[in-house]
Design a protein around this ligand. Structure first.
Ligand code: WT7
Length: 634
């Protein structure tokens, strides 16, 4: 009997135990029964964390697009695969059934072949959230080319670095992109990137905004010219389970971005299995993840996970604020969305707008809500639960990373109860453990430690592109025989994990270890505060002291009053030791495109070292940086 569907606590317990006690048997059965393989494996798992070597389904052959598209095109050809919702609600949407998706992907694959792209070549994809982005990703997978999607909000410099690092031979882009009221000229950014790149590229250009573009002869080609001449069928390249499927760049705390490499077999099995169960996807459900495909969330939980399950998945081109802040709720009602997956930063931004935007939206179709990307604070969790979930949808707080490929810790609707601010329990096959600084396991209930994983799961990244040593150093050197996540976590007596944030955000004040996340949580409970970021700065007596950057909901007359209140809140929730020495009110906090606060920059400002802030061009809101510098508290 297949253990694919986990819909009772007993099934979870049984499967979890089996996955830990007999991992080879467990994954062997799961993978054979639920996927199409051209050839079976000779060994299920082969690993050595010391060398950062992991392989799953050794010698097996497959193509992920056969599993994501062909089998559904055969069984449910008329089922909607992808729903494209354009930036502007007045523009007509587009729906692609599984049989249409198959044709679109095959045509795109044939275009890539006509441009000389071969198995193993890298293709850089720099596109807005339009259907061609999905087709391009899947077309690469179809012919065995390695896709490297770069989020289309990154600057030309960031793009050039990523092109040169993986030495792609082709970049797929569009003339422009729509984001709310703005039009961004993507092709001009690509032109600038290619001017500074060392690697020669061809450019495949998709028309979206009909901007005038600069065309370079023999380098730039319009998709519409090439696609007219190709066939709509294309045989899937037979891939080894351990052949790279894609590279996705993620920023490290230092140095250039790390090109995380994911491979075909394990990634397919794990993203598919987690999608099905964590979202409890049922046959006719409509699923929506608001992430961009430029991030791992989009790779795993807009495309590969949903499609391998034959799901209907929404791709939204726009932003939550356009035409106004009711857009998300409008879309949920329009498509009767059943599972909705978004980020805490979006939740807080929407909560700030008040509940007037829910007017005329029922949100009745919703069954499961999800969050990802950073710890969700209690206030945002409660708001999400009450106003979006109407207090009747479980919230899955899914903890994972670009490096992990799929969700590792999460509650499961009907199976593992949610608990505000807790990601809760490990998914099947995942063996998390908390360690102290000496690498000793923390076994007692209510411990806080460094979160490590002691056994491989199928979708763990295999290496950093071109730099395996960096992969070993970053993830496998801190603790012997462990994958180190870089996060801290708390485990309660029921075994629920609460991610406390990056451990590099710990600040030692007067010899006390203080995590910035709990202090921020305390502050954020203040009714006038939207968001806060705490960093350390050198202090004569205490070693380090705390500097708080605070964003308010409204302009307040009496700022000193709020500063006093912040410190009494902290004293109350954590203790006087965590009180802030300096408090600066700002209109925003510098953020990465995925919504994470760039503490590195704030740390420098707080230490009054603003000469070398590093590259801030990839920020969501670079302008706020100068404002913060100008208002620095001496
Ligand atoms: C880091 C990974 C996973 C896709 C999006 C981000 C933080 C992620 C949670 C969560 C608390 C979370 C961690 C992690 N994070 N999800 N549910 N609760 N923290 O991918 O950019 O690779 O970032 O995001 O700190 O290490 P990423």
């Amino acid at each position: 009997m297949s253990s694919y569907q986990i819909d009772t606590p007993k099934k979870y317990d049984d499967s979890y135990k089996k996955s830990v006690n007999c991992p080879e048997t467990f994954w062997d059965e799961l993978a054979s029964q639920n996927f199409i393989w051209n050839k079976k494996w000779s060994k299920v798992i082969d690993w050595d964390f010391k060398k950062a070597k992991v392989s799953w389904f050794k010698d097996a052959k497959l193509n992920i697009t056969t599993n994501c598209i062909d089998r559904h095109a055969k069984n449910t050809p008329d089922k909607t695969a992808i729903i494209f919702e354009p930036n502007d609600p007045s523009e007509k949407n587009k729906l692609f059934t599984y049989s249409e998706l198959l044709k679109e992907v095959c045509k795109m694959a044939n275009v890539l072949k006509s441009m000389d792209v071969k198995k193993g070549d890298r293709v850089c994809i720099y596109l807005p959230m339009i259907p061609e982005l999905a087709f391009s990703v899947l077309a690469c997978a179809r012919i065995g080319a390695i896709h490297s999607v770069v989020f289309a909000g990154f600057s030309s410099q960031a793009l050039a670095t990523r092109i040169d690092d993986c030495k792609s031979s082709l970049i797929i882009t569009s003339d422009g992109s729509y984001r709310g009221k703005k039009i961004l000229n993507l092709k001009a950014i690509v032109d600038d990137a290619l001017d500074i790149c060392e690697t020669q590229q061809k450019v495949l250009l998709i028309k979206r905004t009909n901007e005038l573009v600069n065309l370079v002869d023999k380098r730039d080609f319009f998709l519409e010219d090439l696609i007219a001449n190709v066939d709509d069928s294309c045989e899937a390249e037979i891939m080894d389970a351990e052949d790279p499927l894609f590279i996705l760049y993620t920023s490290g705390s230092t140095g250039k971005p790390k090109g995380m490499v994911h491979t075909c077999g394990g990634y397919m099995v794990y993203t598919s299995y987690t999608f099905k169960n964590i979202f409890q996807y049922e046959e006719d459900d409509v699923y929506w993840c608001t992430a961009d495909i430029g991030w791992i969330t989009g790779h795993s939980y807009i495309l590969y996970g949903p499609l391998s399950n034959g799901a209907s998945t929404i791709m939204f081109e726009g932003v939550p604020s356009y035409p106004d802040f009711s857009r998300f709720w409008q879309i949920i009602d329009k498509y009767k969305v059943n599972q909705f997956y978004t980020a805490p930063t979006a939740i807080r931004a929407l909560a700030k707008q008040g509940i007037g935007f829910f007017k005329n939206c029922s949100l009745k179709s919703l069954k499961v809500l999800g969050t990802v990307g950073e710890p969700i604070n209690e206030e945002a969790w409660q708001w999400y639960n009450l106003h979006v979930g109407k207090d009747s949808c479980p919230i899955v707080d899914t903890w994972w990373q670009t490096e992990t490929g799929g969700i590792l810790i999460s509650s499961i609707p009907k199976v593992i109860p949610d608990k505000p601010t807790f990601a809760t329990k490990p998914f099947i096959g995942v063996q998390p453990i908390l360690l102290d600084d000496e690498g000793e396991e923390l076994n007692k209930p209510n411990s806080v430690g460094k979160l490590c994983i002691k056994y491989p799961w199928p979708s763990i990244a295999r290496t950093i592109w071109g730099n395996h040593q960096r992969y070993i150093d970053t993830y496998f050197s801190a603790f012997k025989n462990m994958y180190f996540t870089g996060d801290g976590a708390f485990k309660d007596k029921e075994g629920n994990f609460r991610i406390t944030g990056r451990v590099d955000d710990v600040i030692i004040v007067s010899g006390h270890n203080l995590g910035t996340a709990p202090i921020e949580d305390a502050i954020n409970e203040h009714e006038s505060i939207v968001e806060s970021a705490i960093v350390g700065f050198p202090h004569e007596i205490k070693g380090n002291a705390l500097y708080g950057f605070i964003t308010l909901k409204y302009n307040l007359e009496n700022i000193n009053h709020i500063k006093t209140e912040i410190n009494s809140l902290i004293s109350e929730k954590i203790g006087p030791i965590a009180k802030l020495d300096k408090i600066q009110i700002t209109t925003g906090l510098p953020k990465t495109r995925s919504g994470k606060i760039m503490r590195r920059i704030l740390r420098k400002i707080a230490s009054n070292q603003t000469e070398d802030l590093g590259d801030i061009s990839t920020l969501l809101n670079p302008d706020v940086v100068q404002e913060i510098i100008d208002n620095y508290q001496i």
